[in-house]
Design a protein around this ligand. Sequence first.
Ligand code: 13P
Length: 249
Amino acid sequence: MRRKLVAGNWKMHGSLATNAGLLQGVRDGVAGLAAEVAVCVPYPYLAQARAALDGSNVAWGAQDVSEHAQGAYTGEVSGAMLADFGCRYAIVGHSERRSYYGDTDAVVAAKFEAAQKAGIVPILCVGETLAEREANVTAEVVTRQLDAVLSRCGIAALARSVVAYEPVWAIGTGRTASPEQAQEVHAAIRARVARDDAGVAAALRILYGGSMKPANAAELMAQADIDGGLIGGAALVAADFVAICAAAA
Ligand code: 13P
């Protein structure tokens, strides 16, 4: 049985003042729950997240990582720096990075590798745009995104990661994939991984992300191949995030 994981992606939201209440609310709200919980916060707040969550059952992480280990890369943050702040996770290949910041499949694979080299578990995001879904190429798109990582890092590396299926058309739109639509893609992802290694595929956690909220979380996470959620908007409200974690537990 795969243990469910609910990870919050705060994106570029928050302040020291608002984070304090949110972190405390999540910490208290999920204490004792059987699901694994994490929050991926903006870089400047990693120290605050560590201080607030240390010793709790909530892990913390970042929303991106440099593909480089160190050097003259102004504005970038390395995996080792994230490890210094006790990060367990780093999101790589979020669709907002892919579409606004030019993170290609190759760059995402390099970031995946860099995170693992630093001991950070990458949360690899894949997902199709609305145009791609309407053109019936969803499976090809997510397979291509996955294959870029598999060919660079190998199947053993995938075993030390988490995958998140995030249909771009469902992110921040209030338009959620139906449980059947999500399950179909999750199953395709697992089948692709099983082609390389059935054991890795069976153990791999595949999260769903895209307008997941308390009202739809339980139904989505009841699907056979949905092992948790990557939560945007609802992760900014402690009660909502905690309710999603409870649905996973
Ligand atoms: P929303 O939950 O706001 O749709 O965002 C999903 C997401 O992009 C998480 O990474």
